[in-house]
Write a new protein. Sequence first.
Length: 109
Amino acid sequence: METNVLQYRPHIDELEKYNQQIQECMIFENRHTPYTMEVIRVAWEQLNTQLTRQIAEIKNQIYTLEKKGISEEQMNEFRAAFAHFDKSRSRMFLIFIFIFLNYSYYINK
């Protein structure tokens, strides 16, 4: 997914060039779009930041699962149980497992 997002970077750079030309021509309003280059820049940075955070969180959760020694059969049981309750298909499976494992760790301690 990160690669897919980064493939759009040339488009942002192209928009920056157009924005520079527009500013040099002293054009400050565009009735064809409500978006300014500043809005696009902020959205792009927020997307990259959120993606980086999610990737780090997923890696952390995978590491935690591996550290706890969960078997493939147990993982399939978790998936089946979670799918039963995840009617909206929000795909929060890894967070559910992470919380469950941490909770069970402290109870069994």
